[in-house]
Design a protein around this ligand. Structure first.
Ligand SMILES: [Zn+2]
Length: 392
């Protein structure tokens, strides 16, 4: 599977519905260790150690089947680095259920045992993943890379300056003004062609964001050739030698800017939502307010922390109508069916959100108030008209 491989919507919906009465549903995220961590160590042994560390942190693990855990360790042992991808496993021996995925992205090592599977990290990562096109440009050629979930691929050699280059070069010291002008004109055409090609790829949905690497003195000319849509999605322009840079250097350089931008966007979103919640605008803060907004179909995006801070905030979800209630409720007060209790609030909320065009965002750096670790960005307020809410 390539970096673009995803867990399908059908799989998510099946995983979300899964429920083990016995509480022996095992969820594992195992990101292959970085090579530096691997020095002189055997990956299977490291895998076993990390899983045992996680196990010792868990309560009620007795219910997880030993055979399941053995199979997990064996599966991870076969990863052999896995290009730093994460092996994600959802298993339940009691119900003979087993799903394993190779997923790109940052997950670290997590393990949970419970009645349902831990889907929040996977769903959030998949929804917020973006494809970045990186164009390394000089006067005569361009190299294009696609970076997604920290996996970089150099795309087919493209956009070489065509014929005539040799002829120009052989004129040596006696370059005339005429030839200089011709070279400039050719570079300009090359930048224009590049700008058109990038716009074309963008319009076909080949990437979401753009980064450009070039020598400083070329940037004004390249920038001038970029369509406004490309400028809109431009994350950064950085200095690099397009001919010499290795793929690893390009990835590292681009990732710095991407991380910075994502941190900033996340911070802005959290501030916007918290501000809106305080002023009765398009934000909801705290579990009770978020559940209320979800049930009124107001929610555009769910926000929760990348930790288990919300673990003690249990939420019950109706197994039939997806009605949500704070805390433990046995039967749904709307339809009477059994409710499923989730120890981690976001797991219940995201199950309610699935299939309803609601984004699920796991916050990596920005912080919600510790006493209200869950928030929602709203499309509208059901109790008011939208214009009024937008104006607030
Ligand atoms: Zn119900």
């Amino acid at each position: 599977m390539g970096p673009g491989s995803e867990v399908s919507a059908e799989d998510f919906s099946e995983l979300a519905r899964f429920w083990s009465k016995e509480g022996d549903a095992v969820s594992i995220y195992f990101q292959a260790p970085a090579p530096s961590e691997m020095a002189h160590r055997d990956e299977p042994i490291l895998a076993k150690e990390k899983i045992q560390q996680q196990l010792s942190k868990l309560q009620g693990v007795g219910s997880a089947d030993r055979a399941d855990l053995q199979r997990v360790v064996e599966t991870i042992a076969q990863m052999k680095g896995n290009h730093r991808r994460t092996k994600v496993i959802f298993a339940c021996a009691g119900k003979k259920f087993w799903r394993a995925y190779d997923v790109a992205g940052d997950f670290g090592v997590r393990m949970e045992v419970g009645h349902g599977f831990a889907l929040a990290p996977l769903l959030a990562q998949q929804q917020t993943r973006r494809r970045y096109s990186i164009a390394l440009v000089d006067r005569h050629q361009a190299r294009l890379f696609l970076l997604e979930a920290k996996q970089i691929v150099e795309q087919v050699p493209v956009l070489e300056a065509e014929e005539g280059e040799e002829k120009l070069r052989t004129t040596g010291a006696r370059k005339s003004v005429h030839i200089e002008r011709k070279k400039e004109e050719r570079a300009r055409q090359h930048f224009a062609y590049l700008g058109d090609a990038l716009l074309h790829f963008r319009e076909h949905g080949d990437f979401d964001r753009l980064l450009v690497g070039c020598r400083d003195e070329l940037w004004p000319e390249i920038e001038a050739a970029l369509h406004s849509e490309l400028k809109r999605i431009l994350v950064a322009r950085f200095a690099i030698d397009p001919g010499l840079a290795t793929q690893e250097e390009v990835a590292a350089k681009a990732q710095e800017f991407i991380d910075e931008r994502e941190r900033k966007e996340e911070q802005d979103l959290v501030e916007k939502v918290a501000g809106a919640a305080a002023s009765d605008g398009l934000g909801a803060l705290g579990l009770r307010a978020v559940i209320d907004s979800l049930e009124k179909h107001e929610v555009r995006a769910l926000l929760f922390p990348d930790s288990h801070d919300s673990r003690n905030r249990t939420v019950s979800l109706c197994s039939n109508c997806e009605h949500l209630r704070e805390g433990e409720v046995r039967n749904c007060d709307l339809c009477g069916h059994l409710m499923h209790l989730f120890p981690c609030a976001e797991e219940a909320l995201l199950r309610h959100a699935l299939g309803r065009s609601i984004d699920v965002r796991m916050l990596r750096s920005a912080k919600l108030p510790p006493d209200q670790p869950i928030a929602a960005w709203l499309r509208f307020r059901a109790d008011r008209n939208t214009a009024e809410a937008l104006a607030s």
